[in-house]
Design a protein around this ligand. Sequence first.
Ligand code: HDD
Length: 750
Amino acid sequence: SKPAEAVKNAVKTASEKITDILTPDVPGAPGSAPPTVEEPTTPHDPLPPKKEQGAPQTRMPTGAEAGAPTTANGQQGAFLTTAQGTRLRDTDHSLKAGPRGPVLLQDHHLREKITHFDHERIPERVVHARGAGAHGVFTAYGTAEGVTRAGFLKKGRKTEVFVRFSTVLGSRGSADTVRDTRGFATKFYTHEGTFDLVGNNIPVFFIQDAIKFPDIIHAGKPHPDREIPQSQSAHDTFWDFVSLHTEAQHHALWNMSDRGIPRSYRTMEGFGVHTFRLVNEAGETALAKFHWKPRLGVHSLTWEEAQMLGGVDPDFHRRDLYDAIEAGAFPEWELGIQVFPDTPEETFAGIDLLDPTKIVPEELAPVQPVGTLTLNRTPTNFFAETEQVAFHLGHLPPGIDVTNDPLLQGRLFSYVDTQLTRLGGPNFSQIPINRPHAPVNDMLRDGFHQHAVHAGVAPYRPNSLDGGNPFPAGDDEQAFLDVPVTVAEAPKVRANPVSFDDHFSQARLFWLSMSPVEKEHIIRAYTFELGKCYHQAIKERQLQGLANIDPVLCAQVATGLGLPAPEPTVPLADVTPSPALSQVGGEWPSDGRTIGIVVDPDADLDGVVQVREAVFEAGMVPLLIAPHGGMVGNLPVQRTFATGRTVEFDALLLAGAPAPAPDAIPARDGKAGRPAPVAVDPRVLLLVEECWRHAKAIGAWGTGGTVLEQAGVAGSPGVVTAGTAVEAPTAVRQLMAVHRVWERFPASVA
Ligand code: HDD
């Protein structure tokens, strides 16, 4: 029959082709001439890792060097293969009984390809699902040597690190700039074992006991019925919890402050939150809190910028981090410690050091710098590194130990437990990004995804069959020291220390430490968030919380909500403000900041060339915005009036006064209430208006001054008209040093 004939012919053709393949000079075979076909292109070796961007140094769990690059498992040789290394000639057509026939079950390649795809996703993190990571190096000053024996803190020691920043509430695909706490988790690959400092950009936490973590997270995550709202706290269940559970008020206040909407990961502080116990070479102990201080200062977005970015560029923080690193503007933080005597009371200046809802103001215990973190390498593969990285508070090097903070104690359980589900078994520390850079010889065996081929027959101690290997390390051989802290004999109870009952004094301390403009932002944030709640009782209960923090704060939010302001139910705490908590008032470097420059063909283009050079020289990034893409004169255009938005840059320079594009605006005839025609493109006026509203520095020279006049901002604070092009960037840079033109924000509170 005809089909039988067709199959016979096919087999014949196939066997001819097989003979071809076995012939050494077949096109494309290694060592042969390049194939003559143009598409697909000639097979080539896998792309090398980006310059300086190999995966971290890896060791097999047995302690032997892995040797091969981490791409070796997935990308060897030039040819497309199955997972078993069998070369494939076609990955675009399923194996079928004839071109129009059904697909055959025997098509291994089809099944393997689809099955693997079906399992590509792993569960996202139950919290902190959305994040971005980077590699870097930590260099120690040696200043901590007196209080800790940790080798990575010894003078001059350099340690590779991986840092993952995150939001808490949103899912993996949510926007970066939502109002939320940010995670700041650092993995130090120290030569004495991995140290994970798993902190946040806020130094206090919502709860004092880990047993409540599921409660606060259930309250903050989207409502279980409709699964909205995504990645934000502006909803009933969150404020229901916070208002009923007053220990959360302090952290909630930080979230409502500008800390909840950072300008960049590069401009965030980081905090270890808990108090840790340090132990030095002599066995002496001290209590300590960890702080990360960004070299660029602590800066935030305005609320409107944050909201606009949610639509214009939901990946804003991620992009900012990668762009800065790839541009060579390496983000830097100084690690600092506050050190306290290790007394039996575990308090300092009357503050309970075991209570994670409390800070110790820097004015009482200075943050002492112990080293610098520099992020200098973006990940090669997001999933392999940023998604699979697994942090855990129990990953401690010798010299750093835990305290009895009940939040910390519960976390010690949670982090390994969650990886078992998320990373599919107990061997996640063998994943390249999680491998220690210290030799590992752990006697842990087998389990899902075991990558090590362990030798020997005696993974137990003591043994005689493997020669007694491995051996316990002595005190002088960098062994981890469990500090022999005395545990008081006490009844078994479900209870807190009395000091944990103070829920308002430090919230008041934070509020009173804010500048007027920061207070104004806090008032607006509460008014917005509570305004999004449906339940009147929740708003009223939260107003009560605010009344216990500060009557002015409460009254202002109450006015915004149209509700009466309640009286405090606790005496208002008599606290001394901590100036270190305010983000306003200092001067910071402007490295890595972006300056938008509006140009058009009639602008002073020679001046623009000089300005661009000056901006680059100052370590900042110029972004040319023009009426159209491509080139303006000899200058490459990065954004057009259609694609550029001010949320992408920190200051604006006007090199010209672009006329309205005839087709970009509707006809304006002055009749029917329409505005009179303007001389400047309205999209440029919008850029100026937004920059003015967001308190960004604005500068102009030459005909650019016309735009300032048209926009009605000439001569107002933070708006400079420079005599020459080169003066313009210097003038705006001076304004940027204090971050924003603060006087443009009206403040209703002192
Ligand atoms: Fe947590 C992730 C920070 C309390 C349970 N946490 C996670 C991450 C950060 C923090 C930065 C993301 C790590 C990453 O990038 O992979 N968590 C904190 C801080 C806390 C805190 C600063 C309080 C001071 N966390 C906390 C408690 C519990 C957890 C009390 C549970 C009892 N956290 C987890 C978790 C996560 C996590 C479920 C989710 C994914 C992961 O661990 O690896 O185990």
